[in-house]
Design a binder for this molecule. Sequence first.
Ligand code: FAD
Length: 363
Amino acid sequence: MSDVYAEPTTGAAPTGPATLARYTTLCLGGPAGRLETASSAEEIVQKVREADARDEPILVLAGGSNVVIGDQGFPGTVVLLRSQGVQAIAEDGDAVTVRVEAGETWDDLVATTIERGWSGLECLSGVPGSAGATPIQNVGAYGQEVAETITAVQAYDRSHGEVVRIAAADCGFAYRGSIFKYSDRWVVLSVDFRLTRSPLSGPVRYAELARALGVEVGDRVPLADARATVLRLRAGKGMVLDADDPDTRSVGSFFTNPVLEREAYELLRERAADLGEPPSWPGAGDVVKISAAWLIDKAGFGKGHLGPEGVAISSKHTLALTNRSGTASTAALVALAREIRDGVHDRFGVTLHPEPVLINCVI
Ligand SMILES: Cc1cc2nc3c(=O)[nH]c(=O)nc-3n(C[C@H](O)[C@H](O)[C@H](O)COP(=O)(O)OP(=O)(O)OC[C@H]3O[C@@H](n4cnc5c(N)ncnc54)[C@H](O)[C@@H]3O)c2cc1C
């Protein structure tokens, strides 16, 4: 499978040999203290052990599609994960368990599963980045999440200096979260996915996808149709990396959809009474998930809204903040994120939280 990470994944020019902007889809981030590349699970463990022995902070970086790295960069060791390999490790009736090395390109993996007739990842087509990062924030899109198919994660546990197997039930998967997010204890080495041998997708759960496929929610469609339609929908929103499209010089969604207790949700409805019903989805228990994109738009930050140094809200999707000029600083992007967060709070009393991992910067 291909390695799409080695060079800048979007248009902006690198600004120095160890400048981390080179390795992030935002094309932002200052220098690394030390930059190491690891091409196998053994090498990842070795590089991390060596940095720990030097008592240096470590940043594990794969596709760089979910990080915002400060202009000061990262003073410790950055380990670039480039391990490759996909292996069917178990078969059981219609189920096949596939072990995927952390550095595999996620979308190549999805394409492979579809070619082989393995159902379970098709709606996650086009998500940038690596397979090993998918458990970190329980990657999800168009009604699927990796938590539904991951059975276990092999990881290096820095606090005990050993490789461990963590069953899915112990990964703490939640909406855009897990025990791994904002923790530097574990380095994911490989991930096991349990997929189903079937020419058909799982039941389509996302209304927009069902409409685009011309089916009802709950129907199943050929795997290749699901993939093609998801890729088309994503491309229309600037959510598939494209070096020629500055709208994709982003981390995808910058803010998570707020999850509100019932009382807070009713307060929001009151404050938004003049704007109609806020789009929402029922959550587990008595909570309601609301659309961050709607809040941002209705607070007055529309598509294309410009910030300093040519950072901007994507012209295709209100939730993506972009380094449109390709020459902006992280400080400028963070200033735009703050403006939006504070504007939404002033208008609706709801606090937006960033989805990407912030490294040496705060909003
Ligand atoms: C255009 C675009 C669209 C996107 N769409 C979606 C979407 O639909 N759904 C979604 O969920 N996300 C989406 N994202 C976000 C991103 O693609 C995913 O979160 C992806 O899984 C990040 O992978 P990565 O390899 O780039 O991680 P990186 O950005 O390299 O790392 C992200 C974080 O995970 C940590 N990390 C990475 N690999 C490992 C590892 N092996 N072990 C331990 N820690 C690790 C890093 O230290 C960092 O904290 C999108 C991003 C972009 C740019």
